[in-house]
Design a protein around this ligand. Structure first.
Ligand code: SF4
Length: 368
């Protein structure tokens, strides 16, 4: 799937420079491209004919050439904690899930990079879908535009900053080019202006791309999903480990760490599965692993598993999560416990699987 759909070009996936080329092909001056970009990205308009600072004939010509919508919201759920979960469909009918997580001072949007996911993490519902297809850069950007418009309305300023996390469906590093293009479009100061250090992208351990990311000057923050400190257990929980072993992953992380700027850290994520990887011994193993590889600028996010009826795992005891964290701290590893958000609407980590949940309150079908 390219940025072209029905012969129209999907405008949210265009950089300002690419828009300049399009307007110049139409014989228009360059500044028109900036106007279009601002209207679509900063004001988040989803209809080209509404860009009223453009002459009407130009709007009509552009509307013939560009599309603004590749995604349709099929349903939307709102959690009691304010989290919103969006089930969308691409123009060719593939599911896309996006989650909005508000906190007092900032919004976080968790976006998907693929429809489904080819990796087979055993504790993840999305894995059951398999890979359906990579999302285009425009489809990644459009998820953010749709969510912000749903929450604040098109054209409205957002009251506080937006953070992005690439932790929805898919393995972002298996869709690397489109991911980086989307992030670059969203960082443009004349558009959404979400700068790279407000973005965190999580990989299950696609090692070559960790090295590639380490070389980039403008890059998102890195999170590596680990969930086990020994190969035998990780092979079972995250089969990607059969291809890229923990020792090699640690080496890549060490190289990445060397490129961090002052004050920067990166994150290991550890999904805690009750009775599987959450014992005191597992905590010691994890701390020893990080210390043995000399990883110092890291923090560990402990993510208590979110229950899902189709999965054989259960959440860990709350006290054991605290103990796990203390053991890590006693060995010099800083760890944080992630508070689950949106569990009641299946929006929490590992729960995204295009599940339409008839027993939940579907507050609105925006298209219906
Ligand atoms: S945890 Fe992430 S990488 Fe693993 S199967 Fe689920 S979506 Fe894919």
């Amino acid at each position: 799937m390219s940025e072209k759909n029905n012969e129209k070009i999907h405008a949210p996936g265009l950089t300002r420079e690419e828009l300049e080329q399009i307007v110049s092909d139409l014989g228009e001056p360059k500044y028109r491209a900036a106007q279009i970009f601002e209207a679509l990205q900063k004001c988040r308009l989803d209809d080209i004919t509404e860009i009223t600072n453009l002459p009407k004939p130009l709007r009509e010509k552009l509307a013939e050439k560009l599309s603004t919508k590749n995604l349709t919201v099929e349903s939307r759920y709102v959690s009691e904690d304010g989290t919103r979960r969006f089930l969308m469909k691409t123009a060719d009918n593939f599911p896309v899930e996006t989650v909005f997580i508000p906190t007092e001072n900032r919004d976080t949007i968790c976006f998907s990079s693929q429809s489904g996911c080819p990796l087979q993490c055993d504790f993840c519902l999305t894995a059951r879908l398999g890979l359906l297809r990579n999302l285009t850069a425009g489809e990644i950007v459009e998820q953010i535009i749709i969510v912000l418009n749903d929450v604040y309305g098109a054209g409205a300023e957002t009251p506080h900053g937006t953070n992005l996390v690439g932790m929805g469906a898919g393995e972002p590093f298996l869709n690397f080019e489109n991911l980086l293009k989307a992030l670059s479009i969203m960082s443009d100061e004349r558009g959404l202006h979400i700068v790279p250090n407000r973005v965190t992208v999580s990989t299950a351990g696609v090692i070559p791309k960790i090295y590639e990311l380490a070389k980039k000057e403008k890059r998102p923050q890195l999170a590596v999903s680990l969930s086990a400190a020994d190969d035998e257990l990780r092979n079972k929980l995250m089969p990607i480990n059969k291809r890229w072993k923990i020792a090699d992953l640690m080496e890549a992380c060490k190289e990445f760490e060397k490129t961090l700027r002052r004050g920067e850290k990166f994150t290991f994520e550890y999904v805690m599965l009750g009775g599987v990887n959450d014992t005191d011994e597992h905590a010691r193993q994890l701390a020893n692993l990080l210390n043995r590889h000399g990883l110092e600028k890291v923090k560990v996010n402990l993510i208590p598993h979110n229950p899902a009826e189709q999965l054989d795992y259960h959440p860990p005891d709350h006290e054991q999560v605290e103990r796990f964290k203390e053991i890590l701290a006693s060995k010099g590893v800083s760890a944080y416990i992630r508070r689950p958000r949106g569990r009641d609407i299946y929006a929490a980590c590992g729960q995204l699987a295009a599940k339409t949940t008839p027993n939940l309150i579907q507050i609105e079908n925006p298209n219906g």
